[in-house]
Ligand binder design. Structure first.
Ligand code: FAD
Length: 482
């Protein structure tokens, strides 16, 4: 019997699990896919929002501002890159300037500090590549950027170091009352019992809530498509460049990423299938057209990849639903956590863990490990540091990904850590192998070899991202000639 089972290993589930691991509790995380960060957490804008956008008094507004405050110290603790680069909402017509004033007022009401309206000249001085048609902007210096999946991995590693058990390929199909607690039935018929549940199942969180509570919610998936530009474009803008938002959301942005690339997007399209992360000609055309308003010279020939993510929009209240429904004590929701959910995750983690611990009357442990499974990265080292590393482990001298300078030792560490990679994409997101200009063209076969060796499985069994996504379909010439 678990004290708490967290359903979903996205950034929210991992943040809750890690906060819970401060208490003397038996905690598990059950995740449908083969890895951490397989939902919205792996495909979003990666912006740590300042908090001027959300409706005053909403959970989105409250947890955004709280989360923004917690982000920097949390990232420092976990060794996750975070840059407070600030954000600008750009107006392209005098009529849009009134909207900036509204955002400034709303943001100030939400508790966002230091908001300021910039004139055209001030904006151009700050961002010389901005379109000449821009007439002014709202400046929010507390906006930032981070790596969402890196944050989720480090939260998971740290939670595991503090005793949390992770179970992957474990989709929760049914939640039902069992005495004072809950019984979870996983795919394959396995059952787990627990005193409390935390529902952090992203776009599927309404389905789990609706199994246990008469207060039903409805998540309508909304897809956002992106184009990623090569590192050669780093420096085009220093802040995150928004346009004046519309009813469909915060609009199409252009932002530096913590890894030096440039992210452009997202679109905002309702879809039927909650798992449909395709990109479309229509969506990408829209990204290009709208982003060119901010950056007329948008260098599309520098695009290195495209991707999409799915927002978990809750249609009854349009807000995060956090906590226990009245008729399902011990079942805690983190439902409808769309943007600014990444920003809010540290605050949601604290909030829900505090409530679960209070419900269970749990005491804080006296010891808490700070280990979050970090390994040395050669791209961040001086020549002397690399030499030192190589002397300890010659695998640091074998560079597997040339675009992102990732060594064999780093790939092995990413597989061997507590919540280790089990697929090509798992290695990619933990190390940046295959995320550079060639998008894995050169390093994929070599990572496949290492995964096969480390996991003790034939190469044909290695997957791109779990399930049936096998990379090889067979051998042409038998074992000796691959
Ligand atoms: C296009 C887009 C742009 C965004 N931009 C930003 C931004 O810039 N800043 C920001 O703050 N936020 C942003 N967000 C929001 C942010 O990405 C999400 O709020 C956050 O990632 C949600 O995390 P989560 O853990 O709740 O959900 P997810 O990351 O979706 O994780 C849910 C997990 O639950 C698992 N799961 C689902 N059902 C089950 C089940 N039955 N059993 C077991 N496991 C299950 C899934 O496999 C998944 O791994 C954006 C979102 C999108 C889609």
């Amino acid at each position: 019997m678990f004290d708490v089972l967290v359903v979903g290993a996205g950034v929210v589930g991992c943040a809750v699990a890690r906060e819970l691991s401060r208490y003397a509790l038996k905690i598990g995380v059950v995740e449908a896919k083969d890895d951490v960060a397989m939902g919205a957490t792996k495909a979003n804008s990666a912006i740590v929002h300042a908090g001027f956008d959300a409706a005053p008094g909403s959970n989105k507004a409250k947890f955004n501002v709280l989360g923004n405050n917690l982000f920097e110290p949390l990232c420092r603790e976990l060794g996750v890159p975070f840059i407070r680069n600030g954000s600008l909402v750009v107006a392209f017509a005098e009529s849009e300037m009134a909207h900036l004033e509204e955002l400034l007022e709303r943001g100030t009401g939400n508790g966002v500090p230091e908001l300021e309206i910039l004139s055209q000249a001030e904006l151009r001085k700050r961002e010389p590549n901005i379109s000449p048609e821009a007439v002014g902007a709202l400046w929010a210096p507390t906006g930032g950027i981070c790596c969402p999946y890196d944050l989720a991995f480090r939260l998971a590693e740290n939670a595991a170091a503090n005793g949390v058990q992770f179970r992957f390929n474990a989709p929760v199909e049914k939640v039902e009352r069992c005495g004072d607690g809950w019984k979870l039935t996983l795919g394959g018929g396995v059952t787990l019992e627990t005193k409390c549940v935390v529902n952090a199942a992203g776009v599927y969180s309404d389905i789990l809530n609706n199994q246990v509570s008469a207060k039903h919610y409805n998540i309508r998936p909304r897809r956002g498509e992106y184009i990623m530009l090569d590192k050669s474009e780093a420096g085009c803008f220093s802040a995150t460049m928004f346009q004046v938002p519309s009813a469909a959301g915060k609009g199409i942005l252009i932002s530096p990423t913590v890894d030096g690339t440039i992210i452009v997007g997202p679109t905002s399209d309702w879809i039927e299938d909650r798992s449909d992360t395709e990109t479309s000609d229509f969506g990408l055309e829209q990204v290009k057209r709208v982003a060119a308003r901010t950056w007329p010279g948008l260098p599309l020939r520098k695009a290195i990849t495209t991707f999409s993510g799915i927002r978990a929009h809750e249609t009854t209240g349009h807000d995060f639903v956090l906590g226990e429904p009245d008729d399902a004590p011990g079942f805690f929701n983190a439902l409808g956590v769309e943007s600014p959910g990444l920003t809010s995750s540290p605050a949601i983690g604290r909030y829900l863990a505090g409530h679960v611990a209070a419900k269970l009357g749990a005491a804080k442990k006296t010891e808490f490990s700070s280990d979050c499974g970090l390994w040395p990265k050669i791209r961040e080292m001086t020549a002397a540091q690399i030499e030192e590393c190589v002397a300890r482990d010659p695998a640091y001298a074998r560079v597997i990904c040339r675009c992102e300078t990732v060594s064999e030792a780093e790939i092995r560490a990413a597989i061997r850590c507590r919540v280790g990679a089990r697929s090509l994409d798992g290695v990619k997101r933990r190390t940046r192998c295959g995320m550079g200009r060639c998008q894995g063209g050169f390093c994929t076969p070599r990572i496949l070899d290492i995964l096969s060796e480390e996991l003790g499985i034939p190469q044909e069994e290695v997957t791109k991202s779990g399930g049936a996504s096998k990379l090889l379909v067979g051998r042409l010439f038998g074992e000796d000639r691959q």
